[in-house]
Design a binder for this molecule. Structure first.
Ligand code: NAP
Length: 294
């Protein structure tokens, strides 16, 4: 008999995170537990109740408040789950703060970076050590998150970067955003791009340390891109949504990756989109709408 599985998804009361919880809850076993987490108690409770009431749901679903901008809250949840259940099987770091094109990005940068990058670092630090062998630790990034998206002047920063190095790079980029010097240093103007590159770099850094053991155990640490998904977060930034997926459609390849019996070593530590590895050097073509001047 296998032990019940424990899954945690951040930023899960709407959008891709919610669809991931729905999908996990429909595919996991009755004894398994999916934690639907988010920052707002009412929204979390409502979303968890919706998944629990879904006839497709087979596992337990529990709503839990987790504001991922607080690394201590992430550490506390990892510790609590480990104490209660021994280990954690599936962790998906998905939360993001919505960027508004009509407000200067300098005003939005701190919250955005704390939620997207601070939380990624904290989830990797707190949950990677307590991941059950054979588990999955997934960061929802984007095809914007390849090194090839950045000015070549910035590439050496990321070479063999550890998680501490990535954290330092993020802080120096954040300082440049506030100082108004980021573009002259080569950083793209849309803060989503460096943020996504740093998320993937953080995953690569952690994966590099664990690769051999994880592949031996069938454990996967990876970043994923869901493709263009029609959510209020993406709406203001792109003009053409004719090819966009619904969250429910977008999570299908992610669920297949998460719930696969085996791990394809080629995907380990990489950015995976639609089941395929997107090379770190890739220059993907998506172009956002106008960036509002600072
Ligand atoms: N949509 C796309 O086309 C697309 C494409 C590529 C990658 N992605 C990635 O997919 C992920 C999900 O995006 P989405 O489009 O589903 O966004 P979304 O619909 O805006 O959902 C974001 C979720 O994150 C939560 N959140 C925000 N701040 C938080 C905090 N401090 N603590 C905990 N949760 C917080 C939000 O909660 P509230 O409801 O309380 O705000 C919401 O549940 C992101 O990492 C995004 O970059 C999206």
């Amino acid at each position: 008999m296998t032990a019940p599985r424990i899954a945690v998804v951040t930023g899960a009361n709407q959008g891709i995170g919610f669809a991931l919880v729905q999908g996990l809850a429909a595919r996991l076993a009755p004894d398994d537990l999916v934690l639907l987490t988010g920052r707002n108690p009412d929204r979390v409770a409502e979303a968890a109740a919706r998944v629990s009431a879904d006839p497709a749901t087979t596992s337990h679903v529990q709503g839990r408040v987790l504001d991922v901008s607080d690394p201590r809250a992430i550490a506390a949840m990892a510790a609590e789950l480990t104490e209660r259940h021994g280990r954690v099987d599936i962790v998906v770091s998905n939360a993001i703060t919505r960027l508004t094109p009509d407000r200067p990005q300098t005003e939005q940068a701190d919250e955005f970076i704390d939620v997207a990058n601070g939380a990624t670092h904290a989830v990797l630090r707190s949950f990677a050590p307590v991941l059950r062998p054979g588990g999955r630790l997934i960061v929802v990034a984007s095809s914007l998150g390849t090194l090839g998206r950045l000015d070549p002047r910035l590439h050496p920063l990321f070479e063999d970067a550890s998680l501490d190095d990535v954290e330092a790079i993020v802080e120096s980029w954040r300082a440049a955003v506030h100082a108004g010097t980021e573009r002259e240093l080569g950083w793209p103007g849309w803060i989503n791009v460096p943020s996504k590159v740093a998320q993937v770099a953080a995953v690569r850094a952690v994966a590099a340390q664990r690769r051999e053991t994880d592949l031996h155990d069938g454990t996967l640490v990876a970043a994923v891109c869901p493709g263009l998904v029609d959510t209020p977060t993406s709406r203001p930034w792109f003009d053409d949504f004719s090819q966009a997926r619904t969250p429910e459609q977008a999570v299908l390849p992610l669920l297949d990756l998460i719930l696969a019996d085996t791990v394809d070593p080629a995907t380990y530590g990489e950015l995976v989109r639609f089941g395929e590895v997107l090379p770190w050097s890739a220059q993907s073509p998506s172009v956002p709408r106008t960036i509002v001047p600072r």
